[in-house]
Design a protein around this ligand. Sequence first.
Ligand code: SAH
Length: 350
Amino acid sequence: MNREEITAWVREKGWSAFRGKQIFEWIHRGADFDGMTNLPKDMREELKRTAVAQPVSIRMHRRSRIDDTVKFLYGLRDGNCVEGVLMRYRFGVSLCISTQVGCRMGCRFCASTLEGRIRDLTAGEMLGEILAANQFLAAEKEHVSHVVLMGSGEPLDNYDQVIRFLRLLREEGGVQLSLRNVSLSTCGIVPAMFRLAEENLPVTLCVSLHAPTDEIRRKTMPVAERWSIQEILEACRNYIQKTGRRVIFEYALVDGINAGEAEARKLAERLRGMQCHVNLIPLNEVRERKLKGVREDTVTRFMKILEDEHISVTRRREMGDDIEGACGQLRRSVVAGDQTRGAEEDHAKV
Ligand code: SAH
């Protein structure tokens, strides 16, 4: 519930409105009902009986020995679990969150979609991923400053809850994250991209393009059967025009599919003149998938062609490689009961 809804709810219970403000603020600081010390005891008991303060807990975490990246396996109240990744940068702490349990987009390189979509997350659960991470970080006197919707799930396939979540982030007395520090990644659900441009929510839009032509895109992304790259680029131009923000294209280099010089040149041609940035992602090879990543010199060559064509491009740093950092991998290894890599797991206190 947002602040207004909590206030209306406490009033319905016959409590005064300022209790709504107190409860809202406690929740966003990560408290459970017992910890809401300025509420009368009977009120706390009633809340415990009828409401949920924190829908998400950390079931397990792994910390990378290479770069201090932390991977969370979040537990939900119905027994499902999703993943999150915490990454430390010079500019702050960035949390990658999931928006659905599983995913139904079917991208052939991705581990999240192997069993389809199980269910959508609620806005409260997405917020809960941040609150749980903040609680985890409290011991280190840190908190989440940036959020990327790049975990499991397709955010624009869970549109209403994602928008609700984004609005919660900037409510007074909440976590108060600037939406300029939030990135939303989509595989390219064109109508929802147009809708998002009208929401007045200045998030950075990232688009998983992964190919310069529809023919190549269809090899790895079933969603390419529904919307063409041309339609995606139109939606991006509209987003740029409406929000004044550049769009980021994600491009995972897959051996023998999209990583050649011809593909780089074709990509540059299509993006020329656009206010955009290309983020090259080394493919994280997923055990269940046959696709292969590329060698370092292929990445360098691809990048050079884009640079020569004046396309802004960077290569995504690989983080958490030793802790199954990529989408859906940790959850799968746990859900599948495969604990072969789990020997060194730390169990979270939270
Ligand atoms: N559904 C959204 C967000 C989730 S995935 C989307 O499609 O954008 C976040 C990014 O990781 C996407 O660009 C996705 O294509 C990419 N990705 C998924 N599996 C990957 C893998 N095995 N290696 C590299 N990138 C991958």
